[in-house]
Design a protein around this ligand. Structure first.
Ligand code: NAD
Length: 495
């Protein structure tokens, strides 16, 4: 009896974060006839999206935002809006993207393991109570499998009679640091829907938004619950690759083998492929750990204990890698960090982002502080206060942090009188590999940065000079010629 779902004219995105902001900006840019409003109850965040000092850094993001938000080019009218008026944007929208945070629960049952859905619940309650017309609701947030059932239940109980909702799952696969590139040229768009005529119509309406710039062959419509699980599965497999390579890196160090050579050799196998085989001090970011723990928790709640244990071991190896890296630093520095000064280069969890959520640097910096060192941190993009907050929050002895941490405005300031330099983020500017390498990634030029002058660093440091390369961004030979002792991940000295 209901009319069929028509073309989408107005989109509301709830959650103006790392996913909601960039995704909405790209959707708006590519669909000039669709009005996209991003809402959040965080007033500071919304205010900042309305300026040129955006709340998050992503290469290319500002241009895309300006294009749609300000209508600055091609005489187009603005069609991207940022607002704290959640209710109005919901009421007007045909399609609502849920891009709120779904962190690991910190309280109650499943604390430290399960996903916290309270933000999602609250957003959906608001939709239920505000909507006076039919809506398509899209889970963009990463959710536990079957979350759509919970959301449908809340909608059924809170909404006005006659108003209908179609729930879709459309997980986001962008990676921070390359969000715009990933959104503009996605490997695939997954749309999960219920296998009902209206569910499939809703999936088609969302697919039409994407076909404005994505090849339809890359848009895959699947079952709603498969789609929810596919996102957790993708992150679990990516993290599992990193942990597998890191586990091998420990063996390489003990055997005198080289993990970069092993990874290259292995990656040439077409069944394996070369991506995500880089050894490092460990993965960070807000997603991998929480999504694996969520997957393991779901397995456990299904009484699949062996499966839960398998996925948790991926997180276990990651913790082990961070601690192993710290132990190596202590061992090389003659078994004591007391009264030593260490320079930490890089604090973000990866390059080209200022995001520090769950960065390995929090653990490593706190570990070396606990060993007695004083630490000077430099990161090209992360704000000083952010470093302080993260290290304090991750410390068991915050008074030591006050005494021994400082955050510097340049790499040279951090390296002055240092016994060792520790690289924790793979920023191009720290690398001494060819300049072309840096240019290809674009970062140095874009931000007018220069590569670190390691000769100048050598002049500033105490002797002997150690470098611990937690991201394998250095070519050790030229540095060793300058007198540095370079320790890379997964590279042992042959016995
Ligand atoms: P975020 O914390 O940066 O942003 C979430 C925003 O939602 C916050 O600004 C918060 O204020 C807002 N919010 C929460 N509840 C709200 C409500 N009821 N009404 C209005 N605003 C509300 O989080 P994020 O990194 O963008 O991640 C969002 C989701 O996307 C998560 O589920 C995450 O797992 C998933 N995801 C993240 C990434 C990533 O790289 N960050 C990639 C893919 C998927």
């Amino acid at each position: 009896s209901k009319p069929p779902i028509r073309k989408i004219k107005k989109i509301c995105c709830i959650g103006a974060g790392y996913v909601g902001g960039p995704t909405s900006a790209v959707m708006a840019t590519k669909n000039p006839d669709v009005q996209v409003t991003v809402v959040d109850y965080n007033e500071d965040r919304i205010a900042s999206w309305q300026t040129d000092d955006l709340p998050i850094y992503e290469p290319g993001l500002l241009n895309i935002v300006k294009l749609a938000r300000d209508g600055t080019f091609n005489n187009r009218s603005p069609n991207l809006f940022f607002s704290t008026d959640v209710d109005t944007a919901i009421a007007e929208a045909d399609l609502i993207l849920l891009s709120v945070n779904t962190p690991t629960k910190s309280l109650g049952r499943g604390a430290g393991h399960a996903s916290e859905l309270c933000y999602l619940e609250s957003a959906v309650r608001t939709i239920g109570s505000v909507a006076t017309s039919d809506k398509i609701i899209v889970e963009k947030s990463t959710v536990p499998c079957k979350a759509a059932e919970t959301l449908s239940d809340i909608l059924a109980a809170t909404s006005r009679p006659g108003v209908r909702f179609e729930l879709l799952s459309n997980p986001e696969f962008l990676a921070e640091g390359t969000a715009i590139r990933d959104l503009l040229a996605p490997d695939r768009i997954i749309i999960g829907s219920l296998d009902t005529p209206r569910g499939m119509q809703a999936a088609q309406a969302l697919a039409d938004v994407y076909t404005a710039w994505v090849d339809p062959a890359r848009i895959i419509t699947i079952n709603l619950y498969s789609s929810e699980l596919a996102k957790l599965a993708a992150n679990a497999l990516l993290a599992q690759r990193i942990s597998s390579v890191n586990a091998l890196s420990a063996m390489c160090e003990a055997l005198g083998a080289d993990i970069d050579e092993v990874a290259h050799a292995v990656g040439l196998d077409r069944r394996i492929g070369p991506a995500m085989l880089k050894a490092s001090v460990g993965f960070g970011g807000s997603c991998f750990r929480k999504d694996i723990l969520s997957l393991a928790y779901i397995a456990e709640s299904l009484h699949l204990f062996q499966v839960a244990e398998y996925w948790r071991s991926v997180v276990g190896i990651n913790e082990y890698q961070k601690d192993r890296f710290t132990r190596r630093i202590v061992k090389c520095l003659y078994d004591s960090l007391r009264s030593k000064r260490l320079a930490v280069l890089g604090f973000a969890y990866k390059k080209d982002t200022a995001d520090t959520r769950e960065t390995s640097a929090i653990t490593v910096v706190n570990n070396i502080i606990a060993e007695g060192a004083s630490v000077r941190v430099y990161d090209p993009l992360v704000k000083k206060e952010r470093v302080w907050d993260e290290v304090r929050a991750g410390s068991k002895q915050p008074e030591l942090v006050e005494e021994r941490l400082s955050v510097c405005g340049s790499a040279y300031e951090a390296c002055a009188d240092a016994d060792a330099v520790i690289i924790l983020t793979e920023w191009d500017e720290f690398s001494n590999k060819s300049v072309e390498d840096g240019r290809r990634h674009g970062t140095n030029e874009e931000k007018g940065q220069r590569c670190l002058d390691w000769g100048r660093v050598a002049g500033l440091m105490r002797k002997p000079m150690f470098v611990f390369d937690g991201r394998n961004v250095l070519d050790p030979q030229p540095l060793e010629a300058m007198g540095f002792r370079v320790e890379s991940i997964g590279k042992g000295t042959a016995p």
